[in-house]
Ligand binder design. Structure first.
Ligand code: HT7
Ligand code: ZN
Length: 844
């Protein structure tokens, strides 16, 4: 397959003045009529006319009213055109009902919907489907369906048709259309300048009771973007539509956001606290794209982090403001390390701004999104809050209406702050997670920290240059008092020392507070020091981090040397649990243990080959030790943090529930599941019911609850996704592959729905001990299903291939088993470009 390079970028040969589209909807024979005004781009060096097009049946084409016969070529068409503005008209036929790839125009439960990012519009009609071609769209939809939506503002509608006009020029990837028998949950919002906006959430009949939370989240997002970034909404209407069959979470189409129903539908009975938090964040994320993504878009797909990194950063700020800043930061770092550090450390590592790709869908990654957001956070730390918002104002002023680049973004910051950001730019260009080694010295009241940065080679990048790293540091004296409050050290050299003078005793440093840079800190530390920081650090992130390091060190001893659980860890975490002055949500996080994947990587970093089963068993042993060590306190905590008020998914209540449920999970290891059964039986919300079910499964007493849960929820597809996933992720690893296999035979299993596929095969792939079972059953099952899914849905298949990305960490037997499965998939006839690229990179 052909690789595309950033360095080959050329401006478009033709620009689009305006676009008129007419859709005559029919499941297997939708007609799409386009009338597009093109003009030659004066900046282009070529006059060749090429339009992208895939899976289209061309019925007719005209230029300035005269029939033409274009040359149909791979990926589109070419045609001779006038050397002046001209009108292109085409009619094509497409088949939404048989479009299982969920890109372009497709059908989901009788509803027509679209997904055009990144390159789906070319499956709707012939068009220059690239983000730097922006135009004004007018759309007419003809169908008997009652709800017919597109981007922008409604123009007119009548029996069997509706017309929409979007006044804001946009690239084709932001185009959207929906048609269906949908129920509307309406509301309104008045912007700060007094403009009335109509808000709607459209859902399938039966889901109308699950829209209220999403609507509130939308209104909060609109207020927040006005208050924090000064950004107002710019159309008369904002529509959200929930769709069941969707490859990702949601899509920010201008004025018509389309959501995976799992990312917008919420009710106390069917959604957990975590679901609510996620839904609030995704609604905010898509809404924030209206400015960072839509009003200012990307010049080309290499610049994806320009909109995604910034928008993830903005949604994280929003969640921190709506809920708890430290808790959000800890959650985000857990996710960053689990997904992005893992990616950065393996065969799929790539720069935040990649310089080549085969299939852009494979680059909607944790690196582009989450590391991209970390870069924005570092920039803000380096320039300071006021300068950050001043630069953002300049960015919006200067680039509104543009298809911009990372260079544009950095230039704005350079001009507005006077800083040279050429070294900072390396963060966008160099893949891999920097290692930051620290050494300390103390003499005559002066404490010196010496940092050394290095980044291991990544595919295609052997050498790395030093980056600028903001390192937030505080110092504690031996009593645990903070003697130097948080100070940001700006590291620019490969090796660099920083001195703190005037101290009366050797301090304990708290380094990388709030996780001020996405690096791996390598620092020799003792368990006594970790326990000290866990007890005294004023920085909540580093307080949590100290507990995590303590747990990790003990677990490594257990795995490698058969040590008993570390009593010092058990005592330290008990202190935290008992400390009622601490936020319950924080305490719940402090009770959490490093994941199996985290421990596997820790062992690799220490020069060992991880044994997935030994890791699993050490975690189980430690959890049992925690349950017995804290036996007196856990029931007290469990009772104290029961929420008696009516269910609210807010930070206070969900924090209390998360602590009580962390306690329940431990209690059920020693009480035979009694408390879990009682909670399961009496629960009036999904958080409590699911935590009860999970605790019962952990106690080995879940069989009956699994059956009753299904009976209760079999009509609710999103709840049944949870039912599929939980049985696999909490199965005995020796049985996980069989449990997953059996669930793929369940009548409710379908591979056409990405949520269900992920809930089943994804759950297995994310359960390391079960997935990496020594006989290779997990690998084979996943490979079997990837082979079946690829012809239907390449995008979701390719994403799930990352289950194999850590394969080189394991022993040679497992590596051979995985290699055989990778090769088997790669040998399939007609394997998609998406999956071929992913597996070729993983195979190495
Ligand atoms: N900008 C969107 C990314 C996206 C996507 C969404 C749904 C289905 C397929 C997709 N391909 C790319 C989502 C976002 O980041 O907001
Ligand atoms: Zn996004």
């Amino acid at each position: 397959p052909q690789k595309i390079y950033l360095s080959d970028y050329q401006v478009p040969n033709y620009l689009v003045e305006d676009v008129h589209l007419t859709f005559r909807l029919a499941p297997e024979a939708t007609r799409v009529l386009s009338r597009i005004t093109f003009r030659p781009n004066p900046d282009a060096s070529s006059k060749d006319f090429f339009l992208h097009g895939e899976d289209l049946q061309l019925i007719s084409a005209k230029i300035d009213g005269a029939e033409v016969t274009p040359d149909l070529v791979v990926g589109g068409l070419t045609c001779a055109v006038p050397d002046a503005p001209f009108v292109w008209e085409a009619e094509v036929e497409i088949s939404p009902a048989t479009n299982t790839a969920l890109e372009g125009l497709y059908m989901s439960n009788g509803m027509y919907c679209t997904q055009c990012e990144a390159e789906g519009f070319r499956k709707i009609t012939y068009y220059p489907d690239r983000p730097d071609v922006m135009s004004v769209f007018t759309v007419r939809i003809e169908s008997d369906l009652p709800v017919l939506l597109s981007n922008g503002n409604p123009v007119t509608s009548g029996e069997g048709f509706a017309e929409w006009h979007d006044p804001w020029p946009k690239p084709a990837y932001l185009f959207a259309l929906v048609g269906g028998e949908l129920i509307n949950h309406p509301d309104t919002f008045t912007t700060k300048s007094g403009k009335e906006v109509e808000l709607n959430i459209y859902v399938r009949p039966g889901d109308e009771g699950k829209c209220a939370f999403g609507m509130e989240a939308l209104k909060k997002s609109m207020v927040w973007d006005e208050e924090v970034y000064g950004r107002e909404y710019d159309l008369d209407i904002f529509n959200i539509v929930a769709v069941d069959d969707f490859n990702m979470g949601a899509m920010e189409n201008k004025g018509l956001n389309i959501f995976n129903s799992s990312c917008v539908l919420a009710s106390a009975e069917t959604s957990t606290d975590m679901n609510f938090e996620r839904i609030e964040a995704i609604i905010a994320h898509e809404y924030f794209h209206n400015w960072t993504g839509n009003r200012i878009t990307c010049r080309d797909w290499f610049q994806l982090c320009l909109k995604e990194g910034l928008t993830v950063y903005r949604d994280a700020q929003f969640t921190a403001d709506m809920r708890s800043e430290p808790v959000k930061r800890i959650e985000d770092v857990i996710a960053l390390r689990a997904r992005q550090f893992r990616e950065d450390n393996g065969p799929l590592a790539h720069p935040v701004r990649p310089d080549s790709f085969v299939e852009i869908n494979n680059f909607y990654t944790a690196t582009v999104y989450e590391k991209g957001a970390e870069l924005i956070g570092m920039l803000k730390t380096l320039v300071g809050d006021a300068a950050y918002y001043k630069a953002l104002d300049l960015y919006f002023d200067r680039h509104d209406g543009d298809a911009a680049t990372i260079e544009d973004w950095l230039t704005v910051f350079e001009e507005s702050t006077g800083r040279d950001l050429s070294q900072f730019k390396r963060w966008y260009e160099q893949a891999g997670t920097p290692r930051l080694a620290v050494e300390e010295a103390y003499e005559d009241g002066t404490f010196t920290l010496t940092f050394k940065q290095s980044t291991p080679p990544t595919p295609g990048q052997d050498q790395k240059d030093p980056r600028v790293i903001p390192i937030a540091v505080g110092l504690l004296n031996p009593n645990g008092d903070e003697v130097v409050p948080t100070t940001v050290l700006e590291m620019t050299e490969a090796t660099q020392s920083f001195r703190f003078e005037g101290l009366t005793a050797r301090p304990t440093p708290s380094i990388l507070r709030s996780f001020s840079a996405p690096v791996i800190l390598e620092r020799a530390s003792s368990n006594a020091e970790r326990a000290f920081l866990l007890a005294h650090d004023t920085d909540p992130f580093n307080k949590w981090e100290a507990g995590r390091a303590l747990a990790r060190a003990g677990l490594v001893e257990m795995i490698l040397n058969g040590a008993a659980p570390d009593g010092a860890y058990l005592d330290a975490v008990l202190q935290v649990l008992r400390d009622d002055s601490l936020d319950p949500a924080f305490r719940a996080l402090a009770l959490g243990l490093p994941s199996q994947d985290d421990l596997a990587q820790t062992l690799v970093d220490q020069g060992h080959t991880p044994d997935p089963q030994a890791i699993y068993e050490a975690l189980e042993t430690l959890k049992m030790a925690m349950a017995t060590h804290m036996q007196d306190v856990l029931p007290r905590i469990y009772a104290q943090y029961q929420v008696t008020e009516a269910y609210q998914p807010d930070a206070a209540q969900s924090g209390a529930r998360s602590l009580a449920n962390a306690a329940l999970s431990l209690i059920s290891r020693v009480d035979g599941g009694t408390a879990a059964q009682a909670q399961y039986d009496s629960a009036d919300n999904m958080t409590q019911q699911l935590a009860g079910l999970a605790a019962l499964l952990t106690a080995g007493k879940g069989a009956q609850a699994v059956a009753t849960f299904y009976e209760q929820w079999k009509e609710d597809r999103l709840v049944i996704d949870k039912w599929f996933g939980l049985q696999i992720s909490l199965a005995d690893p020796a049985q996980a592959a069989e449990v997953a296999e059996q669930l793929t035979q369940h009548p409710d299993f379908t591979m056409k729905n990405p949520n269900r596929f992920r809930a089943t095969l994804g759950a297995l792939a994310m359960s390391p001990a079960g997935f990496h079972r020594a006989d290779g059953a997990g690998y084979k099952l996943l490979a079997d299903w990837l082979i079946k899914l690829d012809p239907l849905n390449p995008q979701t298949t390719a994403r799930m291939c990352s289950a194999f990305e850590t394969w080189k960490r394991y022993d040679s037997d497992r590596q051979a088993l995985i290699a055989a499965q990778l090769d088997r998939i790669l040998a399939q006839d007609g394997l998609s470009r998406d999956t071929t690229e992913m597996l070729t990179r993983i195979r190495g």
